[in-house]
Design a protein around this ligand. Structure first.
Ligand SMILES: Cc1cc2nc3c(=O)[nH]c(=O)nc-3n(C[C@H](O)[C@H](O)[C@H](O)COP(=O)(O)O)c2cc1C
Length: 436
């Protein structure tokens, strides 16, 4: 009997919670620098048999940023620590293609993949925040499509560097004195429009070949990069049919690049507020709303729409604003929602305070499971990037109350069957180009 299709689950760790007021909930702990909390989240996710955990990042900050992002540990360093306190769960983090060098990043990612025995994932971002340019010596933030062109070449260089050693390079033959097989080490000699990198990388090929590649672009250029290289795609959707069209489009584009549609997993974000009854869950949402800082909420919305909103009337309909080059995916989804539901700016601000524009399900564990099953079975998602409104309680509830329902319905694994992130996702390990 063929194995039934099962969903993939990842937890998006923003350790002060995804709701901007999450950290103020009773029992909530806060902090993107709180290692014991983050270790608890990682282990809880592994107990729940999640495919992966994910750490976002930016290389800038400002006082009115989302509380989960304003002050944070560097995520690749954090992944290395988490690799030591977990055994099976995939470990993914963001790193920018605009503000890092491929040689450095290939080493960091390769090291994490080695140290975790094949559990590393990389969220390829071009840098959604232009202020980052002020922290580097590279001139102004490149414009949107150029950032994607840089990213595309960057990924090529990363793969090339990770391939500079063929598999099976270690001989460690004490008898003959042959330490490793130097014939399996190659020079890359990459000379492109944006990068010139000779190589070889001073590291053997990692357990997964390449880390699992993740991308979250929703623009034309973003979708093309995702279709070309991504194995997980994060997305911001409120509407199931829009999500399905997005998934179909990404898979069609991936096939156009000669890839299998099964090798690109679409994982929209979803936040769940869980209660013993629907009324209890709604009361939690109301409490969160009352605790939210309106200035931070408006700034988080402004970042996503790409426009300063401070001069607009909060009680007037959301103004029509041209799409910006910052976070187009969020901007398009939020503008469509505002139009469909005739929202005022204040109402849209409150939506963003809760989920930054991602889907929100408020209800009992069964209602949350139903909401996930519905999108999964409709072909709108291969799985979900779970965005708990606060930690640890709201995520503990998800793992203890929602995951068992999904498992009982046969929609989610009861045990890990493999050891690497590629195993969990059903993705093949890419063979070395010279060994294919
Ligand atoms: C779930 C999710 C996570 C993201 N994480 C990051 C991140 O950590 N750092 C970052 O700069 N951008 C992040 N982004 C933004 C995307 O990388 C991208 O810039 C944004 O979706 C706009 O892409 P587009 O211009 O192609 O639409 C994230 C987006 C989503 C949906």
């Amino acid at each position: 009997m063929p194995t039934p299709r099962q969903m993939h689950l990842g937890v998006f760790i923003l350790a002060a919670g995804h709701h901007i007021a999450g950290w103020r909930m009773p029992g909530a702990e806060a902090g993107s620098e709180n290692l014991p909390l983050i270790r608890h989240i990682a282990r809880t996710a592994e107990r729940g048999k999640f495919d992966l955990l994910f750490l976002a990042d930016a290389v800038n900050t400002r006082p009115d940023m989302h509380p989960s992002m304003v002050l944070r540990l560097e995520p690749l360093t954090l992944l290395a620590a988490l690799a030591m306190v977990t055994e099976k769960i995939g470990l993914a983090a963001t790193a920018s293609t605009t503000y890092t060098e491929p040689y450095n990043l290939a080493r960091y990612l390769g090291s994490i993949d080695h140290m975790s025995n094949g559990r590393c994932g990389w969220n390829i971002v071009t840098g959604a925040f232009a202020d980052a340019a002020l922290n580097f010596n590279r001139g102004p933030h490149p414009e949107h499509d150029e950032r994607y062109a840089i990213a595309s070449e960057f990924v090529e260089v990363i793969k090339g560097l990770l391939d500079t050693c063929e598999d099976g390079i270690w001989t460690l033959d004490q008898e003959s004195g042959k330490f490793f097989d130097a014939a399996k080490m190659h020079v890359l000699n990459h000379v492109g429009k944006y990068f010139q990198v000779r190589g070889p990388l001073n590291m053997s090929r990692p357990p997964q070949g390449y880390p699992v590649m993740i991308q979250a672009g929703a623009s034309e250029a973003g979708r093309d990069l995702a279709a070309k290289v991504a194995e997980i795609v994060y997305a911001v959707h409120q509407d199931r049919e829009v999500a399905r069209a997005f998934s179909d489009d990404l898979k069609r584009r991936a096939v156009g690049f000669g890839r299998s549609a099964d090798h690109i997993k679409i994982m929209p974000g979803v936040s769940a507020i869980i209660g013993g009854t629907e009324a209890e869950a709604k009361a939690k949402l109301a409490t969160l709303g009352e605790c939210a800082d309106p200035i931070v909420a408006l700034q988080v919305l402004a970042e996503r729409l790409g426009h300063d909103l401070t001069s607009y009337d909060l009680d007037a309909p959301v103004p029509e604003l041209p799409p910006s080059g910052i976070m187009r995916g969020h901007a398009v989804t939020l503008s469509a929602l505002a139009k469909k539901e005739n929202l005022t700016l204040r109402q849209l601000r409150n939506v963003v305070a809760a989920t930054m524009g991602h889907r929100l399900i408020v209800g009992t564990p069964e209602q949350v499971a139903d909401g996930l099953q519905d999108w999964f079975e409709a072909g709108a998602a291969d799985g979900f990037n779970v965005m708990p409104p606060w930690f640890p309680g709201a995520f503990d509830d998800f793992v203890d109350q929602v995951v068992p329902i999904l498992q009982k319905r046969g929609l989610f694994r009861e045990e890990y069957t493999g050891t690497t992130l590629r195993d969990h996702l059903g993705l093949p390990r890419p063979a070395h180009p010279l060994q294919r």
